[in-house]
Design a protein around this ligand. Sequence first.
Ligand code: AMP
Length: 281
Amino acid sequence: MEIFRDTPGLRSYLKSVRKRNLKLGLVPTMGALHTGHIALIDSSLKDCDLTVCSIFVNPLQFNNPEDYAKYPKALETDLKMLEQSGCHVVFVPEVQDLYSDSRVVNFKFGYLETTMEGEFRPGHFNGVGLIVLKLFNIVQPDNAYFGKKDLQQYVIIQKMTDELSLDINIIGVDTVRDENGLALSSRNQRLSDAEKNEALIFYRSLCRAKDRLLNDVSVKEIKSEISEVFRKPGNTKLEYLEIVHSDTLRPVKNKFEKTNVSICIAGYVGKVRLIDNISII
Ligand code: AMP
């Protein structure tokens, strides 16, 4: 496995790779890897000749300084996991390699960036868009892999790729969960066992909401039921539960619209913010 710590090194390596006409897959991550990330790597390994995984905790996408400061870091373990997975190349740049102090370019994604996560994390998707486009330009992959756990991110990246006519296939990978249904997340490392147990409220709420929707209960009623669940005493807080069309993220208004719909949830367990979603295909 090749490890590159700056852009020029990776660029010159990939130049020689491209001459060999290899199909290139990119998996952008922020490290503290788990089996969910490895599912993305596995998909890329299956489809492509050469897989590049980037590990970069992108300061621009954090609107909460404490969240950035406390974001888990585990480079040594990450590299071991990637080596074991069969990943070919790892890119671990420094902040000053990717960003200058005099940045002027910003992204606006309209409705897609103001709904759901956007409401609670202003500027987040601008940071995501910038880092992902930078990685696309540096690596120039054929395919790029994103988890559907971050549905809004996946939809925004697809839209950006399409509108900017980038020649990259965006591949969405299903959410990997633990045996209880908790969506794997690097942030779970900040939860105690008791908190992990409490965090199940998110997945259970999603399943309950899906069940209600399939039984023709109105969106309004479902939302108020789930809010009620979170009102019980405990360490958890609901930020939002939204039922949206999976491609446009526009809210579902009619309870009989049940195809290509996603139920998205976000909130806190203690000080740790978690998001999750499930889809009805
Ligand atoms: P992160 O390191 O959290 O920025 O995630 C890097 C990529 O892994 C993103 O595309 C995420 O959507 C994806 N990812 C994170 N958790 C999971 C999971 N549990 N299952 C599948 N993909 C995931």
